[in-house]
Design a protein around this ligand. Structure first.
Ligand SMILES: NC(=O)C1=CN([C@@H]2O[C@H](COP(=O)(O)OP(=O)(O)OC[C@H]3O[C@@H](n4cnc5c(N)ncnc54)[C@H](O)[C@@H]3O)[C@@H](O)[C@H]2O)C=CC1
Ligand SMILES: O=C(O)CCC(=O)C(=O)O
Length: 387
């Protein structure tokens, strides 16, 4: 039985994909596999039995990726599975920031008992008038799964779109409308765009990237949308930019003690991925990734180990090894097999930064002796007999 712990609510359509060989009611301490959404895992004790964590979503800043890699725990996410939900929220955010629909609705609620509300409406409504997004310039920072959908949708809505992503993959570039203007210096977005939306991961290199210097370059009345992570925007600086009128509205999906009451901010309670469709997509992808790793040793969509996929094992045995990416380790692994008279029928070795992963399809199932010998090689982190 494989023990699975869910740290957050995971859609049942995903959990239903686990076979009877899985117990999805496990405690965290006993789990071999963990499913998580936004629960913070940095301070959690990671058990020796834990093999894999799947983030049913995109952002993995709630998971200690290096600590997991060091312990041979493979972390997955579900790229693109909630991108459409976030794209739709960004479109809503741009419209909410452009037309004072929230203020107008509050006015109606406040005047609900006025028998003459229809007449009063026609007088009051000028206070809630806004602007159209058609013809305005939108800057999209980060053109991954979400950014590219936002950019294409904004083109379809008649916006002029500037896209910036220095690490853009070729596949992502193919998906972008040719009408998106390719920006190589993010400052051009700050200087020229009326709307700016950010879609990058929270990394040391991106934290605080929208800061005072960025606001100083912007035009008065710029609208900022942040459905990525709060730490990307310097909150002291945006508070000041809102006060000065440099920024007209800040729409953020991340309430915290600073943003929650911020004048001029529209603050949503992290709803970007909260649609039935996105929750289902993420849960299905996450469970499939976990099963593929647990049952076949394959790594697809990991964020701390390399991709490595040998399909379903057709040999008598398969061994999977998480190890450091250091010289001569492969020859030591294969020597163990040779010394034990085991033939390697197929093999894959992939690396990612300091870590690597090897899978060996072998002529017999690895014995305890083989596993112990592999585990004793310097730099080997975890050895698993898959078959
Ligand atoms: N509000 C919500 O509920 C959700 C928020 N998110 C957040 O949105 C982020 C983006 O999600 P996806 O588009 O799915 O991820 P993704 O990984 O597909 O795209 C991220 C893009 O950012 C780019 N990038 C990285 N550093 C950059 C930089 N300094 N400047 C410009 N571009 C840079 C990468 O090259 C990549 O193309 C996630 O990391 C997560 O934090 C994601 C899903 C839901
Ligand atoms: O699971 C959620 O609701 C949060 C989604 C999110 O922030 C992400 O996928 O990065």
């Amino acid at each position: 039985m494989v023990n699975v712990n869910c740290l957050n609510n995971i859609a049942s359509v995903g959990l239903d994909l686990f076979s009877d060989d899985y117990n999805t009611e496990s405690s965290f301490e006993d789990a071999q596999a963990v499913l998580v959404r936004s629960a913070k895992m940095h301070d959690m004790e990671l058990g020796d039995n834990l093999l894999a964590i799947a983030r049913a979503g995109a952002g993995v800043n709630n998971i200690p990726l290096d600590k997991c890699a060091e312990s041979g725990i493979v972390v997955f996410n579900t790229p693109g599975a909630n991108a459409n939900a976030v794209k739709e929220q960004v479109l809503a955010a741009m419209l909410l920031a452009s037309r004072d629909l929230i203020g107008g609705n509050e006015w109606v609620k406040a005047n609900k008992d006025d028998a003459d509300i229809a007449k009063a409406t026609e007088k009051a409504k000028k206070a809630f008038a806004g602007q159209e997004i058609k013809g305005k310039k939108l800057g999209v920072i980060g053109l991954g799964a979400i950014g590219q959908l936002v950019a294409n949708a904004a083109i379809a809505l008649g916006m002029e779109v500037y896209g910036y992503d220095p690490y853009l993959s070729v596949n992502a570039a193919w998906n972008l409308s040719s009408e998106v203007k390719h920006i190589v210096n993010v400052e051009d977005i700050y200087k020229e765009c009326n709307y700016i939306t950010v879609h990058v991961p929270a990394l040391d290199s991106t934290k605080g990237m929208i800061n005072k210097e960025a606001f100083d370059m912007m035009q008065d009345g710029t609208i900022i949308i942040n459905c990525a992570r709060d730490v990307l925007v310097d909150e002291k600086a945006i508070g000041e930019a809102l006060k000065s009128g440099r920024v007209k509205k800040y729409v953020t999906d991340f309430p915290n003690p600073v943003t929650a009451g911020m004048e001029g901010a529209i603050v949503l309670p992290h709803l970007g991925a909260s649609t039935a469709e996105a929750e289902d997509n993420c849960a299905i992808m996450a469970v499939k990734e976990l099963r593929n790793y647990i049952e076949n040793g394959n790594i697809v969509n990991s964020v701390n180990y390399p991709a490595c996929d040998m399909g379903v094992c057709t040999s008598a045995g398969r061994v999977a090894v998480c190890h450091k990416n250091v010289p001569a380790i492969i020859s030591k692994i294969t020597s163990v097999m040779g010394d034990e008279g085991i033939n390697i029928e197929e093999m894959a070795n992939k690396s990612r930064g300091d870590y690597a992963y090897s899978m060996l399809d072998i002529s017999e199932s690895a014995s305890e002796t083989v596993v112990d010998k592999l585990a004793s090689i310097e730099g080997v982190i975890k050895v698993r007999v898959i078959k």
